[in-house]
Write a protein that binds this ligand. Structure first.
Ligand SMILES: [Zn+2]
Length: 186
């Protein structure tokens, strides 16, 4: 960001504003403080009988790897609307109702993932423009070595741990980078 999005002047500096305790991007011309805050990614774990719907990514990053349908929230939409929209865009799949399931904070990259469990309404799914393929997987078929992101692996791991008990409590966690994650040491 070189120019102030408020006044257009090339007068952005980094400083700690009075009364604040974080370094911010501040315009020295119009004095606007350009706050940068975490982004929310949300999506679904679409269920059909004993299967889960995964999408093979047609875009970078992680082209060709499998993921749950999820993406960044847009302005002016609710969390649930965003999760349903992403599921439609990536898998052309209709899901309802949504049950809050996993909230993962990724502080290193300033993102929060919010994943819902959601039954598929029918089998009329198909790849959206961001997917090469969408497919239902049983637990034995899940391509664990070809999952796109650690958050997807974590969400599916919770799911298959919870499912035998038939209870799906909400999991709220911080997902650490692989080098420091206790989840990766076993
Ligand atoms: Zn300005």
């Amino acid at each position: 960001m070189n120019y102030c999005s408020n006044c257009g002047a090339a007068s952005l500096v980094q400083k700690i504003p009075e009364g604040d305790n974080h370094l911010r991007i501040v315009c020295e011309n119009c004095h606007t403080i350009h706050y940068q805050n975490p982004k929310i990614v949300t999506g679904c774990l679409p269920e059909w009988e004993d299967k889960i719907l995964l999408c093979k990514r047609a875009i970078e990053p992680r082209y060709g790897l499998w993921t749950l349908p999820a993406g960044f929230m847009e302005n002016q939409e609710s969390l649930e609307q965003a999760a349903v929209r992403e599921t439609w865009e990536e898998a052309q799949a209709r899901v309802a109702p949504l049950s809050l399931y996993v909230i993962l904070s990724l502080p290193r990259i300033s993102q929060v993932y919010v994943m819902f469990r959601a039954p598929l309404q029918d089998l009329n799914f198909a790849p959206g423009v961001e997917s090469l393929e969408v497919k239902l997987f049983t637990q034995d078929e899940i391509p664990w070595e070809q999952l796109a992101f650690p958050v997807i692996r974590r969400t599916l791991t919770h799911y298959y741990q919870d499912r035998p008990r038939g209870q799906f409590p909400v999991h709220v966690e911080e997902l650490l980078p692989p080098s420091s994650s206790p989840l990766q040491t076993s």
